[in-house]
Design a protein around this ligand. Structure first.
Ligand SMILES: Nc1ncnc2c1ncn2[C@@H]1O[C@H](COP(=O)(O)OP(=O)(O)OP(=O)(O)O)[C@@H](O)[C@H]1O
Ligand SMILES: [Mg+2]
Length: 343
């Protein structure tokens, strides 16, 4: 397996009693577009902030080109060629397009005189290269549409992100045409060999523009696939927990959804109590149709079954005990290994 450009191993991060990351491992292959998907609050933005030095993980390891790195600030990530488009864009409204593009990176002549003309010219080139449609690079960002602002934030990341660009929901607020323009930008990045990590709730978009997908659920990486291995429905199942992920420990050896789905003679697919929850249904073995199994309690949602079983901590099943950062961390490190994403 080739060395990924960026890799995370078993990252954890808690905010007081909230466990935002409870063991996240992922591999981001070089030159490809990887999607990071998961429900609201799954930990996607926290993960991005840990990967870009904005926040430090409590435990775990980050590797860049196979070497462990310690990111103490966003500047450390930038030095490695990693640029980020944050969910809030971080543009300064009262500055022009070119000023935003060169924010904190002003071109200066040897004597320290600001090269304003050079920056304006280069900004125009960047916008043309990326086919970004703005009236003028001398216009203030405040007067731009949502799509234009998004494109400028991406252009800034692209202009400086030599190795990798991370985008946190770049098209969440955009219309159809603007979304298409951003998707074109992402494809252009891949053509130029730039590695991309993109957070998106738009699963059709993920299927359109990404090569790989990693699923986070409740602060854990639960699945990693190349895009050809999944479809939109499967991604929804992985995100909600209706389908156990390939990085999760299955509830038991023979209660996975695949086996249940292929059991001959399964003639009660629409039991009223399990309607709408295939994985929970699959948890009930066919040996006891219509009965309440006394042993494992599979009546709870599949998401909880998978998560609780993966944690494999006796006495905690069915409880939201993740608030204890210390315990969560020790569990996460205990269950490390084998949780790396496939590529
Ligand atoms: N600075 C913080 N202080 C306290 N809790 C936080 C902080 N940042 C994130 N969290 C919590 O961590 C969890 C993960 O949040 P995060 O923003 O990473 O989710 P997300 O997957 O990006 O969600 P969304 O799709 O809504 O953007 C949430 O429960 C959130 O409330
Ligand atoms: Mg977020």
């Amino acid at each position: 397996m080739t060395t990924p450009l960026l890799e995370a191993r078993d990252l954890t991060k808690s905010f007081d009693s909230v466990r935002a990351l409870g063991g996240v491992s992922l591999r981001i292959p070089e030159g490809e577009v990887t999607a990071l998907v998961g429900d609201n609050g799954a930990g996607k933005s926290t993960l991005v902030r840990c990967l870009t030095g904005v926040q430090s993980p409590d435990t775990g390891q980050i590797l860049f080109r196979g070497e462990p790195v310690r990111l103490r600030s966003p500047e450390d990530a930038r030095k490695m060629g990693i640029e980020t488009v944050y969910q809030d864009l971080a543009l300064i409204d009262d500055l022009t397009v070119w000023q935003n593009l060169f924010l904190n990176r002003e071109l200066v002549y040897p004597l320290g005189i600001v090269n304003r003309r050079g920056m304006i010219a280069r900004s125009g080139e960047i916008m043309r290269e990326l086919d970004v449609d703005v009236p003028s690079v001398r216009t203030t960002v405040r007067r731009m549409s949502g799509g234009q602002r998004q494109s400028i934030a991406i252009a800034r990341a692209v202009a400086w992100g030599k190795a990798m660009v991370i985008m946190d929901e770049p098209t969440a607020a955009l219309g159809v045409r603007e979304t298409a323009a951003v998707e074109k930008l992402v494809r252009g990045l891949r053509e130029r060999g730039v590695t991309v990590l993109i957070i998106s709730h738009d699963l059709a978009q993920v299927m359109r523009i990404c090569d790989n997908v990693v699923v986070l659920r409740r602060g854990r990486s639960v699945a990693a696939h190349s895009i050809s291995e999944v479809d939109g429905d499967r991604l929804v199942g992985l995100i909600t927990g209706a389908i156990p992920g390939n990085l999760e420990t299955p509830p038991t050896a023979d209660t996975g959804i695949e086996s249940a789905a292929t059991v001959p003679g399964d003639e009660h697919p629409d039991e009223p109590d399990s309607a709408g929850d295939d994985a929970a249904g699959s948890g009930k073995t066919d040996a006891t149709p219509g009965t309440d199994d006394p042993a494992p309690d599979f009546s709870e949602p599949a998401a909880d079954i998978a998560a609780d079983t993966a944690e494999a901590t006796p006495g905690t099943a069915g409880e939201e005990t993740n608030a204890d950062g210390t315990a969560a961390n020790s569990r996460a490190s205990a269950s490390s290994g084998g949780s790396g994403a496939t590529s």
